[in-house]
Design a protein around this ligand. Sequence first.
Ligand code: BMA
Length: 329
Amino acid sequence: MNVKIINGTSIPNLPWQEKPADCTDVIWRYADNPVIGRNHLAMSNSIFNSAVVPFADGFAGVFRVDDKARNMELHAGFSKDGINWDISPERIEFIRENDEIQPFQYGYDPRVCFIGDRYYVTWCNALDWKPTIGMAYTFDFRTFYQTENAFLPFNRNGVLFPRKIGGSYMMLSRPSDSGHTPFGDIFLSQSHDLTYWGKHRHVMAPAMPWESTKIGAGPVPIETERGWLLFYHGVLTSCNGFVYSFSAALLDPEKPWKVLKRGREYLLSPQLPYECVGDVPNVTFPCACLTDADTGRIAIYYGCADTCTALCFTIVDDVIAWLDTHSQI
Ligand code: BMA
């Protein structure tokens, strides 16, 4: 491994498949995708755009589960191997930190970030049915404590950094509108206490055709000696609707609102049937990755066609080498 991962975790049981000999891409898919099908639970219409982390001797996660009434819910789950998931059929019942926090109306696109001694969950949370960034924490993925929303509506894709940087917690987000938002840049906000957020900075706007409508942060950024490695989705508007692909960027280690490298092409786009066909066609939407600090192996979990959850792989060295030769800022 050339590029060192900083503050990383050893994950010897990381789900993994070697790159197929004939693959010339930086990211390759798990051969038995999808790993979580839409009917994984008797009550589910779809399970996608979900977040997993290493936990105990395996993995745990917060899953976006849309039920058959098409409520958008969050469910907890556990796995020994990151492939076979035991997802609760009951939605998470958040314990609200105070009574003024609005009871859950809907939630989607969770991210999970371990900071200090607990796992923080950020997700698109309804405030009076308007989307913003909800926050909660858990120690065990059984009891979840909901804290104040980070921002006002309308906002989506809230993604925490896994430690304070320059004395502040940091979160990426994508201010949006009440509908299917035909615009969107990634911004960064800072906080001393994970409650009050300010010192907002612009990070990046859509640039290349594949992402020309809007962009949004994906998994929690990976700290490397070259900077913060961020996977992010980008949306193109075609005559048939939105197309969600994803790529990578490298953000400054100390001032992560500064973009050091940014892929001019997507790394993965909807091409296989489970990515192109479903409740919302042509969506690949990464919300989590597992990174083994010893080998630089990365397993990325991504939602497919707003229907199921799939897995793909890459290696830190390969993504950064690609960014070194394919960047346009
Ligand atoms: C976004 C979110 C995602 C979804 C995507 C494509 O606005 O709702 O959950 O995957 O649209 O429908």
